[in-house]
Design a protein around this ligand. Structure first.
Ligand code: SF4
Length: 405
């Protein structure tokens, strides 16, 4: 006991001295990157989350963690999905754990909070710009329920992670089923809540529009077969869905122009062999979607005024949307995109991956059972690091993209 106490005091002295040294050099003293993990050994003792982990392992998580995964699985099944996401039900049928338990989520938050208190700065607060609560899921489907049945929505959970990291938390969506009334209601409530910028200003919403939705793909297939009617039907399913997403999320524009952005991905126009998946095809889709959004605003204004109270407001939203829909990024050929397109495009996947420039940035993913993976966003590697979650022995779905090594 005395030995442990002496060691603990030695670590505290090391931290204080290092802080002073860093401050003198005008370096950030509140970033765990700058501390020697070996000399921090012992400070984690007694924190249940870190049982059996060394400080070297904890520092590795703390400085690189970017995906704090709450829920695995996505029903959108986009054909370019780099994470090869499959619906949650698919994983559940195979007895995989898809959701972090609320108990483990609290354990995670409490563990890092206690470590931060001991260090005197936020253990997870490095210079990363953003974090996410998903890996292979759509944010519109991410929430948790505790044992008493209380729902903790994306904003509640993001708030806890923001307190630990000080980073922006991303909310990325490729849309939800327009018939899914539960998700629609959850999203409407979430948008109302997100208006509170003081409380939730750290959130950044991204709406993803691309030609890789299975509905759009079906419409392409029917178009090539000459079935105009069915081609139209499936194209409309996609454009209606995305118009509804933009319409539902529009009130967020009111509070901060930078809070909503669009992720636009397609093959470059010179890739003729993937006609229908090019930037040009996406531009047509976007203009159709914007027309539909305008119609939804007009209908809303004339009926309930749930989203727009004047036509000026509607015009302002459209202007905002158009000003953000500018840059179409080329897609990276990994995960499901590689599976589906590598034989269709006359270019080496590695060359396309160069478009996916991540500057060799390595980040870590914390899975719903506490297991930690490293990723450079092109491939993912398992580590032997695992947080002491109650569900640590549960099997989770494979994390993609896989490492070849
Ligand atoms: S790209 Fe995103 S929305 Fe599409 S399947 Fe993958 S996780 Fe889901």
């Amino acid at each position: 006991m005395i030995e442990k106490l002496n060691n603990y005091n030695k670590v505290i002295t090391y931290i204080e001295r290092t802080k002073t040294r860093l401050q003198k050099k005008h370096l950030p003293f509140n970033d765990i990157h700058y501390y020697d993990a070996k000399r921090l050994e012992g400070i984690q003792q007694g924190i249940p989350l870190f049982e059996n982990l060394s400080m070297a392992q904890i520092v590795q998580i703390a400085k690189d963690a970017i995906e704090f995964v709450i829920r695995r699985g996505c029903s959108n099944m986009c054909t370019h999905c780099y994470a090869n996401a499959k619906p949650e039900i698919h994983h559940k049928q195979r007895n995989k754990l898809t959701t972090i338990s609320y108990e483990d989520f609290k354990k995670f938050c409490n563990g890092f909070k206690e470590l931060s208190n001991r260090l005197g700065f936020k253990a997870l607060g490095s210079d990363r710009k953003y974090v996410t609560l998903f890996h292979d899921g759509d944010s519109s489907l991410v929430y948790l329920q505790d044992k008493k049945g209380k729902t903790h929505d994306y904003l509640d959970l993001a708030k806890e992670i923001n307190k630990l990291t000080n980073s922006y938390v991303l909310f990325d969506t490729s849309g939800w089923n327009i018939q899914d009334k539960v998700t629609q209601k959850r999203m409407e409530e979430l948008v109302q809540k997100a208006k509170n910028v003081k409380k939730y200003g750290f959130l950044r919403f991204n709406i993803s529009i691309n030609p890789f939705s299975p509905f759009y793909e079906k419409s392409l297939m029917y178009r090539f077969e000459g079935n105009k009617e069915k081609a139209e039907k499936f194209r409309n399913i996609y454009t209606d869905r995305m118009a509804n997403v933009i319409y539902t999320m529009s009130p967020i524009f009111d509070y901060d122009y930078y809070r909503i952005n669009f992720i636009l991905r397609a093959f470059p126009d010179n890739y003729k062999e993937v006609k229908g998946y090019n930037a040009d095809a996406l531009r047509y889709l976007i203009s159709e979607i914007i027309n539909k959004v305008e119609k939804l605003y007009i209908k809303d204004y004339q009926t309930g005024q749930k989203v727009v109270c004047s036509m000026e407001q509607a015009q302002g939203y459209i202007k905002d949307i158009e000003s953000k829909i500018v840059f179409i990024q080329p897609i990276g050929l990994s995960g499901r995109a590689a599976e589906n397109f590598k034989n269709k495009v006359n270019i080496e996947p590695e060359k396309i991956m160069q478009n996916h420039n991540t500057d060799d940035y390595i980040a870590s993913i914390i899975d719903v059972n506490g297991k930690v993976y490293f990723t450079d966003f092109k491939s993912t590697t398992k580590t032997d690091i695992q947080l002491n979650y109650k569900n640590k022995n549960a099997e989770t779905p494979q994390i993609f993209p896989l490492s070849e090594d």
